[in-house]
Design a protein around this ligand. Sequence first.
Ligand SMILES: Nc1ncnc2c1ncn2[C@@H]1O[C@H](COP(=O)(O)OP(=O)(O)OP(=O)(O)O)[C@@H](O)[C@H]1O
Ligand SMILES: [Mg+2]
Length: 118
Amino acid sequence: MKLITAIIRPERLNDTLEALYHVDVRGLTISAARGHGGETETVATYRGTTVKMELTDKIRLEIGVSEPFVDQTIDAIVQAARTGDVGDGKIFVTQLQRVVRIRTGERDISAVTPAMPV
Ligand SMILES: Nc1ncnc2c1ncn2[C@@H]1O[C@H](COP(=O)(O)OP(=O)(O)OP(=O)(O)O)[C@@H](O)[C@H]1O
Ligand SMILES: [Mg+2]
């Protein structure tokens, strides 16, 4: 299992959610974030110059997936969130050790895929 953390532009969120839906990603968490992606501005100050780290509003998506879903999840985010301009964001993929569904006590693979309503 992997935890996919994606930092994207807020204006690309709706298209990204739609793309994720189409590759059967059902469980995810979204939060507002601010970040720095290397773009700096030089500011003149009274004793010289300093560098101001530019912070921009971003959306953080966190998605826990089993191995067969990893590549299609990444591809869906890249296609939907990309504009081609600097600042499109980044995707981090980390090893996911444990998942527990609180309602049922299910563990790991059976817990990471949302239970379909019956
Ligand atoms: N190394 C990093 N670690 C954590 N967060 C990062 C990192 N790089 C970028 N981010 C997050 O991603 C957001 C967007 O970054 P950005 O798209 O500028 O990345 P980049 O690698 O500089 O790509 P680009 O060349 O398109 O600007 C940042 O505002 C920050 O929230
Ligand atoms: Mg950048």
